[in-house]
Design a protein around this ligand. Structure first.
Ligand SMILES: *Cc1c(COP(=O)(O)O)cnc(C)c1O
Length: 357
């Protein structure tokens, strides 16, 4: 299957080979060295401040979203949550579960948050802001610098879920003033699913140190303590952490985050140029390099997903809920090439010829 979803995506040969190896014992200096290097490279690729620390959580991206929120905030906080799609909504659900007060900012689907929309929350006693910088469900890409300015002015803890944006779009944690940046193994890192990563600023670390969080598995205090020597409190997904290490090293060898971002940008632009004659409209007003959200004007989005899967051996990403029939998404990351884009476009053209779209 040719995979244009938003994760898991196709892995390169090196990553696949590691997946086929025996999983080594991990309470060793050798594994600690891998973890310490993973931390250094993660910090480098988001330009984290020197004082930042990184934890690797065994669990998908949502585990790190929940861990970040529950370890950093308490019921005394008052948060702003950008709820522009299903991932933004997930942050509100996490706050509900952990009794953390918040106000949801709800831009219309496919629209960004503007400085005007933030005005009513300026100097109103908020303590943090949560955003999925690329809201993968609708494909909207928010402005991290603009939100960062607002957070700076209001002295907010700034949390960026960059799970589908890390290594697809430029993100400078120091420059935008983010306190927390989250990503996951199955998006642009293109490894197996099961690991998520949290980069924490000094301000976030202080909060964690001083909060009493009721959790065992997602306790970041204990994760941070263990991370000092390149270890984790419990058995992590050792094999995936080794895949991540190989990927991060390869990216570094090829020129760093900017080279990887440029590659994905080329892949996205190639696709966007090639769909020009097809009956699809790009739906969001600001989009990431990671994916293209499309509204088919002549057929059901979900039917297109099924046809491609069953008749052409291609996965694109369907949408759920009220967007099921109106939007599908094409991802541009993982081990895919412009020739793969041609194969997808040829399938679309064939469907057009047959009157399906
Ligand atoms: C993929 C993704 C997640 C995490 O989803 P999991 O299924 O828990 O890995 C969270 N936020 C965004 C923006 C995502 O794209």
């Amino acid at each position: 299957m040719l995979n244009f979803t938003v994760g898991p995506v196709m892995s390169d040969q090196e990553t696949l080979a590691i997946g086929g190896e025996q999983v080594p014992y991990f309470r060793t200096q050798e594994f600690s060295n891998i973890m310490l290097e993973n931390e250094v490279l993660m910090k480098e690729f988001v330009n984290a401040p020197d004082s930042a620390k990184v934890v690797f959580i065994t669990g998908s991206g949502t585990a790190s979203m929940e861990a970040a929120v529950m370890n950093v905030f308490t019921s005394s906080d008052k948060l702003l949550v950008v709820d522009g799609g299903s991932f933004g909504h997930r942050f509100t659900e996490i706050c509900d579960i952990h009794h953390i007060p918040y106000t949801a900012i709800t831009p219309k689907k496919g629209h960004v948050v503007t400085p005007e929309m933030l005005m009513e929350y300026d100097q109103k006693g908020y303590t943090g802001l949560l955003v999925n910088i690329h809201e993968t469900s609708t494909g909207v890409y928010y402005d991290a610098a603009m939100l960062g300015d607002f957070c700076r002015r209001n002295n907010l803890i700034y949390v960026i879920d960059a799970i589908s944006s890390f290594l697809a779009d430029p993100l400078d944690m120091s420059d935008v003033g983010a306190d927390i940046v989250i990503t996951g193994s199955q998006k642009v890192l293109a490894c197996a699913p099961g690991i998520s990563v949290i980069v924490l600023s000094e301000k976030a670390l202080d909060r964690i140190e001083n909060n009493e969080t009721k959790t065992m598995y997602l306790d970041l205090k204990s994760a941070l303590k263990n991370a000092e020597r390149g270890q984790t409190p419990f058995t992590p997904a050792v094999g995936i952490l080794r895949q991540i290490n190989a990927r991060l090293r390869r990216i570094k060898h090829n020129g760093g985050a900017s080279t990887e971002i440029a590659k994905i940008k080329r892949q996205a632009e190639d696709f966007r140029n090639k769909i020009k004659g097809l009956p699809f409209e790009i739906v969001s007003e600001s989009i990431s390099n990671a994916l293209t959200p499309l509204h088919p004007t002549t057929a059901s989005a979900y039917d297109i997903f099924i046809q491609l899967k069953d008749n052409y051996g291609i996965w694109i990403c369907p949408n759920g809920g009220d967007m099921k029939d109106t939007i599908f998404r094409v991802g541009h990351f993982g081990a895919q090439t412009c020739e793969d884009n041609d194969t997808l476009i040829a399938a679309f053209s064939d469907m057009q010829k047959k009157g399906i779209i």
